[in-house]
Design a protein around this ligand. Structure first.
Ligand SMILES: [Zn+2]
Length: 362
């Protein structure tokens, strides 16, 4: 009798299995983080951080004590294998990327998966490190796979269920799924709605996981479908990479959902005004790496306090590469949101968001 079979049985007899709380005992802060941080990024950055600490987050301001969970990072993206638009720019460097992540205080990273093969690749990576977890689900832009990959959509669902059953201790959310009306060229609106509903109805009660929701220019329809299927997600969920209006945010919050913030949620002054109104107890942090980095042209960029060294041309394994985003920039999300929220104490905000994350995913 295999371990996964026993876990599968346990799932059926318990309300839900809690991979995150099962690992809470491992959440002890790495006390040597400050030392490794300085070795990793070089003395210059450490000196800069120390200088910044009087006004910013910095070392004395709490870096090394703060804990984060990145609820959404696309760590199986080709860029972490050194591939950019089909051409190889450097060797795979996920180990370096993860080291940088742990060194700023990330305790866990949830890898975002958006179709069956993504789920399998994410699980492969998640199984190499006890701080990595994944989602299970099909992204709206890939929903046509339900009609093409197997003879019937229910066989696709069955395969997702099998991955869930065999890896129950590594899967933290149902998703990434939802609606994307900005990229209907990959999958039309009706197909997106059909398979969002199917996943909610068939995987929601089966997995009893919180939802990891994608929403682009589709808040009204997403809200309507969720409202019609409340019994499918008793544990709630998060609308990740939120960039909608204040009214849309409030409607999702009323539905009991959390709001996931990354660089794409903080691009414009309007975005930042909406973020100011989100109840702190509903905020979660993410990076959506390698995407959604904070660019100098973004309204929020002036609120960033910790500058991570990056190279524009020649690859250097110890620095960020061009515009490829990495999970350790979650520190910048914290700095920006703390500023927007009326200069909240960053350490206090980090701890609240960390607790929000544990509450939702445990
Ligand atoms: Zn998304």
């Amino acid at each position: 009798m295999s371990l996964s079979y026993i876990l599968g049985l346990l799932k059926k007899f318990t309300k839900h299995y809690c991979p995150i709380s099962a690992k809470i005992s491992n959440f002890e802060t790495n006390k040597s983080r400050l030392i490794t941080f300085s070795t990793f990024f070089g003395l210059n950055l450490l000196q800069n951080l120390t200088k910044m600490s009087s006004t910013g987050v910095g070392v004395e301001g709490g870096l090394g004590k703060m804990k984060f969970i990145d609820i959404g990072a696309n760590l199986t993206d080709d860029m972490y294998s050194g591939m950019y638009n089909g051409s190889k720019k450097h060797e795979p460097d996920i180990d370096k990327v993860l080291s940088r992540a742990w060194n700023v205080g990330l305790e866990k990273i949830f890898i975002t998966a958006g179709n069956l093969s993504d789920v399998r690749n994410s699980l492969k990576l998640a199984n190499t490190n006890d701080r990595l977890y994944t989602t299970v689900g099909v992204h709206p832009t890939r929903c046509s796979e339900f009609d093409t990959e197997f003879p019937t959509p229910s066989e696709y669902i069955q395969n997702l269920k099998q991955e869930f059953d065999s890896n129950i201790d590594k899967i933290v959310a149902l998703g990434e799924f939802g609606l994307d009306y900005e990229r209907t060229k990959f999958c039309d609106v009706e197909t997106q709605k059909k398979y969002f509903r199917l996943q909610l109805e068939q995987l929601g009660p089966y997995t009893n996981l919180p939802l990891f929701l994608h929403c682009r220019a589709a808040a009204t329809d997403l809200h309507e479908i969720l409202s019609q299927n409340l019994s499918s997600f008793p544990r709630g969920g998060v609308v990740h990479s939120f960039d909608g209006s204040e009214e849309e945010m409030k409607n999702f919050v009323q539905l009991g959902l959390h709001i996931g913030l990354n660089g794409c949620s903080l691009k414009t002054e309007e975005n930042c005004k909406v973020v100011k109104e989100i109840p702190v107890e509903r905020i979660l942090f993410e990076t959506d790496a390698p995407w959604c980095g904070i660019r100098p042209s973004h309204f929020s960029s002036s609120f960033v306090k910790t500058k991570f060294p990056a190279v524009k041309k020649n690859y250097d394994e110890n620095m960020m590469y061009k515009t490829r985003n990495e999970p350790h920039t979650i520190l910048n999300i914290l700095e920006i949101v703390a500023h927007i929220k009326g200069d909240m104490d960053p350490a206090d905000l980090a701890s609240k968001v960390y607790e929000n994350t544990l509450k939702l995913f445990s």
